[in-house]
Design a protein around this ligand. Structure first.
Ligand code: GAR
Length: 205
């Protein structure tokens, strides 16, 4: 496909950026046909910045403390999205809740990954919370973002078993491995126009 016909993706991240790298890799290998146009980062110490630069992907650092209000902070982000003609926003460890206004504006075009089987273990410590709870199965969820945290219509889920000899570290490793597989897969389905939201449900057509 001609580069100018490719859809533009923005990845929002606050941390290490391993999901960013998995997505960048999938694009490089031609598994996803898209242009990784932008990384939006809210943390100057985030590992994702180096990873993006290494891949030649543009990074914008937008820090909440530089703005008087959340509205102004998000207005700056929206400006970057518009300037870069972003079609899909991919939240990959972006540890900030987007406002209802932001979500309304992009509804159906923002997706998130969560390291547990939603609606269980929402929040910022999904892996640890599941491990400490003692569940025997957990997993990974990719979903459309709505106004509530870790809540919107579910696109893909994959189960990860917790064995007796698993440690938090070994579980983290298993979860991340699945994340790096199903996030590119969900993005591919979106870009191929195969995801149809029907209320709370997502049909894969
Ligand atoms: C991932 O495990 C992702 O599921 C999680 O942050 C991590 C980011 O890792 N997101 C959440 O917990 C959202 N509630 P990465 O920076 O290496 O991609």
């Amino acid at each position: 496909m001609d580069e100018k016909n490719l859809k533009n993706i923005a990845v929002f991240a606050s941390g290490r950026g391993t999901n960013f790298s998995a997505i960048a890799q999938a694009i490089k290998k031609g598994k996803i046909k898209a242009n990784l146009a932008l990384v939006v980062c809210d943390n100057p110490k985030a590992g994702v910045i180096k990873r993006a630069k290494r891949q030649g992907v543009k990074v914008v650092l937008v820090l909440r403390e530089d703005f008087k209000s959340k509205e102004e902070f998000e207005a700056k982000i929206i400006q970057h999205l518009e300037e870069n003609k972003i079609d899909l926003v991919v939240l990959a460890g972006f540890m900030r809740l987007l406002s209802p206004n932001f979500v309304k504006r992009f509804y159906g075009r923002i997706i998130n990954i969560h390291p547990a089987l939603l609606p269980s273990f929402k929040g910022t410590q999904g892996i640890q919370d599941a491990f400490n709870y003692g569940v025997k199965v957990t997993g990974v969820t990719v979903h459309f973002v709505d106004e509530e945290m870790d809540h919107g219509p579910i696109i893909l889920q994959e189960v990860v078993k917790i064995k007796e000899n698993d440690t938090l570290e070994s579980l983290e490793e298993k979860i991340h491995k699945i994340e790096h597989k199903i996030y590119p897969e969900a993005i591919r389905l979106f870009l191929e126009g195969r995801l149809k939201i029907e209320g709370r449900k997502v049909k894969i057509i």
